[in-house]
Design a protein. Structure first.
Length: 130
């Protein structure tokens, strides 16, 4: 008889095997060893950023919304600034790519609803133009 220790899925088994010509099945006896104690995990801490209240939207103003979720890398305009169609308003990072959000029409920036570093969802209002 030969004895072997076999480890399967973290459980150690002591196995005895008879040599040549024996018709007896091997005996399997599990050896259960306690798992090493893991240190208690600290609960994750969350940091809440204070989000400024959105400025009220003037009646008749055109909203420019985020086409996709992402992070605002840069805000190129300020309230009261005149813009032409195609001017860059916001640089939005989404999926490791920088996307330029352009003015859809000529006008004046009425409100800027976001700030640099803010996370936005699809269809969030970024700026309004009147």
């Amino acid at each position: 008889m030969k004895k072997y220790n076999i480890k399967v899925n973290g459980t150690t088994y002591e196995v005895e095997v008879e040599e040549v010509g024996a018709a007896v099945t091997p005996a399997v006896t599990p050896i259960v060893r306690p798992a090493p104690a893991e240190p208690a995990a600290k609960p994750p801490t969350t940091v809440k950023k204070e989000v400024p209240a959105a400025a009220p939207i003037t009646a008749g103003a055109q909203s420019v919304t985020a086409p996709m979720p992402g992070t605002v890398l840069d805000v190129k305009v300020t309230a009261g600034q005149p813009v032409k169609a195609g001017d860059i308003l916001i640089i939005l990072e989404a999926m490791k790519m920088e996307n330029e959000i352009l003015a859809p029409a000529d006008g004046t920036i009425d409100t800027v609803q976001i700030s640099k570093g803010a996370s936005v969802n699809a269809n969030d209002i970024l700026v309004t133009i009147k």
